[in-house]
Design a protein around this ligand. Structure first.
Ligand SMILES: [Zn+2]
Length: 284
C-alpha cells in the first residue's frame, strides 16, 4: 500500500472512532496492509521498548519500510549491581572501574543483539546522549527536548512509534511530550506528514486503541526471544515480579486482545490470542 494512503486511512478511521487492524492476513472487516515504503522510527525511551512492539515493526519491515531504532535513555538504573558484577565476573572484566558506564554498556549490547536477532533493523541502532538523573532516566530540560527533535529530524520519519504518554513511567511520559511538541514543526519542515503510533505498554494508564495488530503463538514465541535478549531486564523482572520481561509484555498483549474481543468481536480470536495496540495521531 502507498504510504500516504496508509497514513490517511489510519488517521481517518481513528477520527471516525473506529478500530483498524494491521496485518498480512485479511480477516474480518477492517484490515489494512502496511505501507510498502517509508521510514518507520521507534522512538524508544528505553532499550527494550522497540521489542514491545516487535510484531508491528516486523510487519512494516516485511512490507518494504526502512525501520530504525532511536534509543533515548541509557537506563543503566534498570540493571542491578548484582547482575552487573556477575556479568563482569563471567566475562573476566572484574574489577569494574565505573559501574554506571558498565551497566549502560550491558543495556546497549543487549539492544544491539536484539536488533540483530530481529534482522530487519538495517541502520545501526542510534543511542542519544541526554541529560539524566542518577538512575539513567531522562530529566525534564529544554536541551533534552532539543536533542530528541534534532535526532528525529535527522532520521526523517514517516511513521514514529513510541509508548503513549499517559504512563506512570517518567521517561515514557516525557518522550511523548517532547515528541508532541516538535512533531508539527518536523512535519512542516519536511513538507510531508508524520504518523504517530503510540503503543500500549504495561504501565500505560489510559489509551484509546485505534490501530490493532493481532498475532498468534508463533509470533509471540519469536517476540519473547527478542525480549529475552535483554537478560538484565529479564532477570530483574523474574526477581521482582516472579516472571520475565517477555511474559510481562505478552501478558499486556493478551489483555489487549481479550478486551478488544469483547468490544468488537472480529473473527481472529482463535488464531491470534495476542495483540499490540496503538493510539494514532497524524501531523500534517
Ligand atoms: Zn520503556
Amino acid at each position: 500500500m502507498d504510504l500516504s494512503t496508509f497514513q490517511e486511512i489510519v488517521s481517518d478511521t481513528a477520527l471516525r472512532g473506529e478500530i483498524l487492524f494491521l496485518g498480512i492476513k485479511e480477516k474480518g472487516r477492517r484490515w489494512i496492509d502496511p505501507p510498502d515504503q517509508g521510514t518507520v522510527v521507534a522512538l524508544a525511551p528505553h532499550q527494550d521498548d522497540p521489542d514491545s512492539v516487535a510484531v508491528t515493526m516486523s510487519l512494516f519491515a516485511q512490507a518494504g519500510c526502512r525501520v530504525c531504532y532511536l534509543i533515548v535513555c541509557s537506563s543503566h538504573g534498570g540493571v542491578t549491581d548484582n547482575y552487573a558484577l556477575k556479568h563482569a565476573e563471567l566475562n573476566g572484566e572484574l574489577p569494574v572501574k565505573d559501574l554506571v558506564k558498565y551497566k549502560f554498556r550491558i543495556r546497549l549490547q543487549e539492544q544491539i543483539e536484539s536488533a540483530e536477532l530481529a534482522g530487519f533493523v538495517k541502520d545501526p541502532v542510534e543511542f542519544l546522549t541526554v541529560e539524566e538523573d542518577e538512575g539513567g532516566n531522562l530529566v525534564e530540560s529544554p536541551e533534552n527536548a532539543k536533542l530528541i527533535e534534532q535526532a528525529l529530524a535527522a532520521s526523517n520519519p514517516d511513521i514514529v512509534i513510541m509508548p503513549y504518554g499517559e504512563d506512570t513511567n517518567v521517561a515514557h511520559a516525557l518522550v511523548y511530550r517532547y515528541f508532541h511538541m516538535c512533531a508539527p514543526r518536523l512535519a512542516l519542515a519536511r513538507g510531508k506528514p508524520i504518523l504517530a503510533l503510540y503503543n500500549r505498554d504495561p504501565k500505560t494508564a489510559r489509551i484509546n486503541e485505534q490501530l490493532v495488530v493481532p498475532f498468534g503463538g508463533e509470533a509471540a514465541r519469536w517476540k519473547a526471544r527478542l525480549l529475552q535478549t535483554h537478560r538484565s531486564q529479564q532477570e530483574r523482572n523474574l526477581q521482582q515480579r516472579g516472571y520475565g520481561l517477555d511474559e510481562r509484555i505478552l501478558r499486556t498483549n493478551r489483555e489487549i486482545q481479550q478486551e478488544l474481543q469483547q468490544r468488537i468481536l472480529e473473527g481472529w480470536k482463535d488464531e491470534c490470542p495476542y495483540a499490540e495496540a496503538f493510539q494514532v495521531e497524524l501531523f500534517l
